[in-house]
Design a protein around this ligand. Sequence first.
Ligand code: ADP
Length: 225
Amino acid sequence: MILLDRVSKVYGKEVAALDRISLHVEQDEFVIIIGSSGAGKSTLLKLLTREEKQSSGKIVIGNIDYDKLKDKEIPYLRRKIGVVFQDFKLLPNKNVFENVAFALEIVGHSNREIKHTVPKVLNVVGLRGKEKRMPAELSGGERQRVSIARAIVRQPKILVADEPTGNLDPRHAWDIIRILEKINRFGTTVLLTTHNQEIVNKLKRRVVTLQDGRIISDKAHGEYT
Ligand code: ADP
């Protein structure tokens, strides 16, 4: 469960990137966040991952109240939220398996656990058999699938996907969307930002529209406006 209550974010002195946003997202939801450039989409996602701190208002994710969050608890929060970026952010010197395994290594999983878990996750994203490929040997769509595998390998409650199809051709873009839907069916909340009108209109999911830091519409089966 994600709860935002009158959340604002002001950068520096002047720019109100978000202005009293209130939003409630249930665990089983798939929510698309749209809005033109500068509307506040990235800021909203950065507040959730605690890359940025809200200037005012309340943020609660599951049982975590962001006002009470101590710095040493931030890694625990980040395990609950997987993030996928437009530009993949893979480690170029590690192969597919190692890129995904790394997310487990840094939080102290054993080799045995890693060998057990990584193949399962690569299966979810359709990359079995490509474990030894390097990122440079993959298509854009495959790279994004590695990045999704890495984001879900610690079984987060929430998957945040910031323009994950922005660098992909339409066929690969839809592959990615179908994988996000599958992950959502497994019980993970998905928050997706996109500028892709066709994806928004065909998915018929909840659409939250941001404009100048405010939510101007929130529709259950929304369309791109
Ligand atoms: P979007 O993701 O919808 O394009 P952003 O959240 O990136 O929107 O930006 C919202 C507003 O906040 C914009 O006016 C942008 O210039 C401003 N902004 C974003 N990040 C920063 C920052 N680190 N410092 C100052 N202003 C910022």
